[in-house]
Design a protein around this ligand. Structure first.
Ligand code: T4K
Length: 397
């Protein structure tokens, strides 16, 4: 459905913050789901209903796991009900305990998955250019209680995999990745999903590739995969035989059906995102103080996140930009402001964590994530950019 554009934005007086009508009749969301081939999904749903098999490792989930493992070139895909439970189960299966080093600059689920299990997330600073963990900062946070590192491939850009591997090996730590943003990304030409001891994917509705809700742990480790399969199904090994502590982390057949339908259309989603990114680049060029985060042309990336940074040379602040965009019904986001360390559960634990997170604080004050997705048009992108250009250049009172 096309979102109706109501006006052109050429000067300050055209802005909704100055009482003009909003640019869009309906809200323009950052996380609008990519709905793939409806017919393919509905056909698969007919099959699910005909099978009378709705969950508990049904045929759709098994096919989905096989297709994802093939797609990523990894031995095992253990599908789960969401990325957060997948993180929790992976953390348990790896036997993490005590302290685990994570970035603060990530979605709060990365930290929660540890803390929920009485493991302390210890926040290490990031590289302000890549927004990913800074290996030197990781080294600084290691203590005798550290059991592991969770790297996050933020915005689908690979974390410094090799450097983190070297640190983990040197200190006898386990290494896993939160690859929630990185379905379809590569590191040194190889699909994300193959690194660390395991990697965790999210297939949430707002992700480039979605199963409505869903997630998975992918790994080449047979034993780990086996343990996670048990854990996601209460530890059952056949009827009446519980051999492991566990929970309910199962993906349902309807989600797998959505995933299978969407997987066939994923390359089209990426192609649309790449086009959108290029259109944003062109439209945003020359706006003072605003830069678009780049993706490495040598690596694959779904280009799902359109991330801009607002620096000191911009005449308006990042937060003023958010207010002005929202007034136009452009619901841009400050992901992942203010950083996990500033969110109440963690701020209460570590009130001074920010002192060691200089780059996290710096980036958190600058980032705006703009709407993206297969349904976006060039006209919409141009309007988002026009709003930013007028805000940053038309500074007449
Ligand atoms: N690790 C990382 C690094 C992650 O980014 C995430 C999830 C996880 C782990 C955990 O994976 P999951 O357990 O979620 O599988 C959203 C998502 O809920 C979350 O999945 C995602 N990261 C995070 C980055 O974004 P919110 O709180 O921003 O969601 P919400 O409800 O504000 O939705 C975002 C936008 O999308 C809204 O403007 C509305 C729009 N939207 C949303 C849904 C669900 C739609 O248009 N349609 C929809 O169906 O967290």
């Amino acid at each position: 459905m096309l979102n109706k554009l109501t006006k052109a934005i050429r000067s300050k007086s055209d802005l909704a913050i100055h009482d003009a009508p909003p640019a869009f009749a309906e809200p323009l969301h950052v996380g609008r789901p990519n709905i793939g081939n409806r017919d393919a999904f509905l056909r698969r749903m007919e099959q699910v209903l005909d099978n009378q098999w709705l969950t508990n490792n049904g045929p759709m989930v098994q096919e989905f796991e096989q297709r994802i493992a093939e797609h990523l070139g990894v031995k095992h895909c253990v599908a789960m009900c969401n990325g957060t439970i997948a993180l929790e189960i992976a953390i348990r299966a790896l036997g993490l305990s005590g302290e685990v080093i994570v970035p603060s600059w990530t979605f709060v689920a990365t930290a929660h998955a540890l803390y929920w299990q009485d493991i302390m997330p210890v926040f290490a600073d990031i590289d302000p250019v890549t927004h990913n963990l800074d290996p030197a900062a990781v080294r600084r946070m290691i203590t005798p209680r550290t059991s592991g590192i969770i790297g996050v491939h933020l915005w689908g850009r690979a974390a410094p995999v090799e450097e983190l591997r070297a640190i983990a090996d040197e200190h006898g730590l386990r290494l896993m990745f939160d690859a929630a943003h990185a379905f379809g990304s590569t590191y040194q030409g190889q699909s994300i999903g193959r690194f660390g001891e395991c990697e965790v994917l999210s297939f949430h509705a707002t992700k480039a590739f979605n199963t409505m809700e869903g997630g998975a742990v992918v790994t080449n480790n047979d034993e780990l995969a086996e343990a996670m399969r048990l854990m996601r199904n209460f530890g059952f090994k056949g009827y009446d035989n519980v051999i492991h502590p566990g929970t309910n982390g199962k993906m349902i057949e309807a989600c797998a059906a959505m995933g299978l339908a969407n997987l066939d259309g994923f390359s089209e989603v990426v192609a649309a995102n790449v086009r959108n990114h290029a259109a944003y680049r062109e439209a945003l060029a020359g706006i003072p103080g605003i830069s678009l985060l780049d993706y490495d042309p040598a690596e694959r990336n779904s280009h799902h996140y359109v991330v801009i940074e607002v620096d000191e040379s911009c005449p308006v602040t990042r937060d003023d930009i958010i207010v002005a965009l929202h007034a136009e019904n452009i619901l841009a986001r400050k992901y992942f402001w203010p950083g996990c360390h500033m969110m109440k559960p963690y701020r209460d634990l570590f009130p001074h964590a920010g002192l060691l997170l200089e780059h996290t604080r710096f980036v958190a004050e600058r980032v705006v994530v703009l709407p993206n997705g297969a349904a976006l048009t060039e006209e919409v992108i141009a309007t988002v950019a026009d709003t930013l250009r007028v805000l940053a250049t038309d500074i007449r009172p």
